[in-house]
Write a protein that binds this ligand. Structure first.
Ligand SMILES: *Cc1c(COP(=O)(O)O)cnc(C)c1O
Length: 235
């Protein structure tokens, strides 16, 4: 499958239109291309089109892609559920994690980041949807978690929050998830611990990113709309 610069242009146009509709500044929303299941050939083309920051949901997949793409200058962003025993790989391979959702993971990452002598940007994943299949921290737990990370895992530089909205045909159900994340951020920001920023809100995917932008998203994570349908069996 070849990389489609038309898809990329269309997504940028839709992001710009949504920013304008929402009365937000042009360029206030970043695109995070989600490259999971897509092969290194298309990602090499994507990098040539300037897409050098890519979201993946498995450390194993970052590992297998980062070697053949080592010359492309790609920065990998972990967006999927991370088991604590994969913290070592994540701390080595990823520049950022958006799926930080519990203290034991934060502590495991801190330990590995000390060994690697580096730090990592992080977003706290919050569960805003009632679906049991969705990961994330309960909204009520985030305030305390921010304090704990600031004190016990300072190599994680918290930059904001991330969520996945409910899968629901009713756009108002989806909107409610995004709104919950923004309201949580607005409530927590004034008392955020030193060194913790809540400026970023990563929310919105191929099917719902325009609603997310209307609700204050600063980063949309888009896979299938950019790269085409995913074939999990083939990869
Ligand atoms: C796969 C994935 C996306 C992108 O999904 P699309 O619907 O293909 O745009 C975004 N966020 C997370 C956490 C994902 O796992």
């Amino acid at each position: 499958m070849a990389f489609s610069s038309e898809n990329l242009a269309q997504i940028h146009a839709r992001i710009a239109a949504a920013e304008q509709r929402a009365g937000r500044a042009a360029g206030s929303v970043t695109l995070l291309p989600v490259s999971k299941t897509f092969g290194v050939d298309v990602l090499r083309e994507a990098a040539a089109h300037g897409l050098r920051r890519l979201g993946e949901n498995k450390t194993q997949e970052i590992k297998s892609k980062s070697e053949p793409l080592a010359d492309c200058g790609i920065s990998w962003v972990m967006i999927g559920h991370l088991q604590t025993n994969k913290a070592k790989e994540a701390a080595r391979l990823a520049d950022e994690i958006q799926s930080l959702d519990r203290l034991d993971l934060a502590l495991a990452l801190q330990k590995r980041l000390e060994i690697e002598d580096r730090s990592m940007d992080a977003l706290v994943q919050v569960k805003t949807s009632p679906e049991p299949s969705k990961f994330g921290m309960a909204p009520e737990a985030v305030a305390q978690f921010l304090q704990e990370v600031a004190q016990q895992a300072p190599r994680l530089r918290i930059q904001g929050l991330m969520t996945l909205a409910i899968n629901d045909p009713d756009p108002e159900q989806v909107r409610a998830c995004f709104r919950r994340l923004r309201e949580l951020r607005d409530a927590l920001a004034p008392a955020a611990p030193a060194g913790v920023s809540l400026a970023r809100l990563s929310m919105g995917m191929s099917g719902d990113f325009e609603i997310a932008i209307e609700e204050g998203s600063t980063e949309v994570r888009i896979g299938s709309l950019l790269f085409g349908g995913r074939d999990y069996a083939a990869k």
